[in-house]
Design a binder for this molecule. Sequence first.
Ligand SMILES: Cc1cc2nc3c(=O)[nH]c(=O)nc-3n(C[C@H](O)[C@H](O)[C@H](O)COP(=O)(O)OP(=O)(O)OC[C@H]3O[C@@H](n4cnc5c(N)ncnc54)[C@H](O)[C@@H]3O)c2cc1C
Length: 343
Amino acid sequence: MNKQQTAAPRVAVIGAGMAGVICAERLQAAGWSVTLMDKARGTGGRLSSRRLEGVPFDLGAQVIQAQHADFVAQLAEWEDKGWVLPWPEEQGWCAVPRMSGLTRQISAGVPFEPSCRIVRIERVEQTWRLEDDQQRLWSDFDHLVLALPAPQAAVLLEKVAPAWAAQAASIALQPCWTAYFRLDPSAALPAVSSLPRATPLAQTTPSPDAGELGLRRWTCQTAKPSWRESTDAALWVVEANAAWSAAHLETPPAQVAEALFDLWKQVVGQPQLTRPVHLAAHRWLYALTASVCASPYWSSSVHEVEVAAGLHLCGDYFQRTGVEGAYLSGRALAEALIDAQQG
Ligand SMILES: Cc1cc2nc3c(=O)[nH]c(=O)nc-3n(C[C@H](O)[C@H](O)[C@H](O)COP(=O)(O)OP(=O)(O)OC[C@H]3O[C@@H](n4cnc5c(N)ncnc54)[C@H](O)[C@@H]3O)c2cc1C
């Protein structure tokens, strides 16, 4: 009798963004023995949030939008649990209290290894062995799920699945610089109420001027329905577009923050705004997936491919992009693995 018939399958899920946490949670609920790992200190990935001088900002996804009926139903369930709130102005939802809270809630019962950057994966005696950047070995997994941005998955796949590595490397991802700041209340408050709250996700360039200047979108954090903290000033996140971000990839963050604030003042017609009390920038090297694969995930257990058994990929580059794409891919992979195990 082999190991898979006698014990719960052991699976490592690398990447605790939306795709990884939903996949991990579903497998764990089906009785699998799951270890979720991420190089960051917490879950969230591109749904992450950060504090600047004590106040929180969503630095990645700002709004969750749903088209697929399954994701619409899932959001309704999360809303009942109080994990998300509808955001009618943006035709979507936002997580409570911040975006990263959603992945924390979903993965609450799943064993999680933070600060664990996997640098090597290998097949050893019909199991998967991983090595992290502190030379720790993680062994004996029957299954390995890579829930990473495509270029980061490609690097890990090079030795064990070169064909998949090449395919993953061909997926285009755009960078995105984001500036986040807290406006000086005395200088800015009268003007803020007349500024746009957030531009819809679908409209990647808010206006011709903004696009030409290099901005993609800006979102007032304190105007989100999930905003609960008290603050006397408005908090904003301004995203540069792909062209501006690519042209400034190596510019120091402090310089980028100043530049994006200046562009934003121009675009919103508020040149008198004084420099924000707190101003910072974050670079997303792999931000927005620009092309997708035809299948909902890749799996050597489900697809007939010449790849070692038990290797699987999911994320926001399978069929759909964004948070919705990541959710649908991670969930579809988990369901297929559970079916294959039971069948
Ligand atoms: C600035 C910005 C704005 C966005 N706005 C929106 C929006 O408004 N709406 C929307 O739907 N989508 C938006 N997106 C896209 C959305 O955030 C992503 O599509 C989605 O969150 C991707 O989820 P994922 O699980 O596929 O990947 P990720 O969230 O990227 O998760 C991958 C995880 O893998 C980890 N990781 C990577 N390499 C390793 C390694 N070697 N070892 C261990 N861990 C590793 C990372 O730390 C990360 O946590 C935005 C993205 C950005 C960056």
